[in-house]
Design a binder for this molecule. Structure first.
Ligand SMILES: O=P(O)(O)OC[C@H]1O[C@H](OP(=O)(O)OP(=O)(O)O)[C@H](O)[C@@H]1O
Ligand SMILES: O=C(O)c1cc(=O)[nH]c(=O)[nH]1
Length: 196
């Protein structure tokens, strides 16, 4: 197994900018029901960051650098729609600019009922080495659902990359399933930067 290298100054600066964007745009206090059915007073609407121009421009290269630091050799990235999608596409775009292309794909929540009938959309290929992408990990259930779909379609999952780890057991669940996890930001750091 490869050992991750330490982030350099540029990566640390990119991470700090990402945390600041997420704190400013995405983090909310209130009463929320989460995908798992859990309740929370914190919600990180990562889409408000991941779908914004500066968010996309920051997340693509930052995630690509994190994948390289982990030593993951990867053909394609993708995860469960919809939160994963802008993150996966930003990584693919950044990879093209960096001259080491990584394809992106989307795992649907249900297979399409017409047309191709696909569960996985985009240029995923059986035999691909894949990093599963998430915008937010809470229980890890959505990431593991994507893992299952990718394996069933002949992919090999090498790890999971999330923009935000809420640090509520999701990392442990995914690692317990035998997969390493890397997160670009932790909920605690985002909360610490939330405007008063
Ligand atoms: O780790 P988990 O407990 O699975 O929770 C995290 C998931 O919850 C959200 O998806 P959600 O299904 O709410 O919505 P989306 O369709 O907007 O991605 C988020 O995008 C993650 O995929
Ligand atoms: O667990 C979730 O559903 C969840 C939590 C969160 O902070 N943000 C989000 O988009 N989903």
């Amino acid at each position: 197994m490869s050992h991750p290298s330490a982030p350099d100054d540029a990566s640390q600066e990119a991470s700090a900018r990402l945390v600041a964007l997420l704190a400013e745009r995405s983090a909310r206090r209130g009463d929320f029901t989460l995908a798992s059915g859990r309740r929370s007073t914190l919600y990180v609407d990562a889409r408000l960051t991941t779908m914004s121009p500066d968010g996309l421009a920051l997340i693509g290269p930052t995630a690509l650098a994190a994948i390289a630091r982990e030593g993951w050799s990867v053909d394609a990235v993708g995860g469960l729609t919809l939160g994963a999608d802008p993150v996966s596409y930003a990584i693919a775009y950044a990879s093209a600019l960096a001259g080491r292309p990584v394809r992106a794909f989307t795992v649907r929540k249900e297979a399409k009922q017409h047309g191709t009938g696909r569960l996985i959309e985009g240029p995923f290929r059986s035999g691909d080495r894949v990093v599963v992408v998430e915008d937010v990990i809470t229980t890890g259930g959505s990431a593991l659902r994507a893992v299952e779909a990718i394996r069933a379609a002949g992919g090999t999952v090498v790890g999971v990359l999330a923009v935000v780890d809420r640090e509520e057991g999701g990392r442990e669940a995914i690692e317990g399933a035998g997969l390493p996890v890397v997160a670009l930001a932790r909920a605690a750091d985002i909360v610490a930067r939330m405007p008063a």
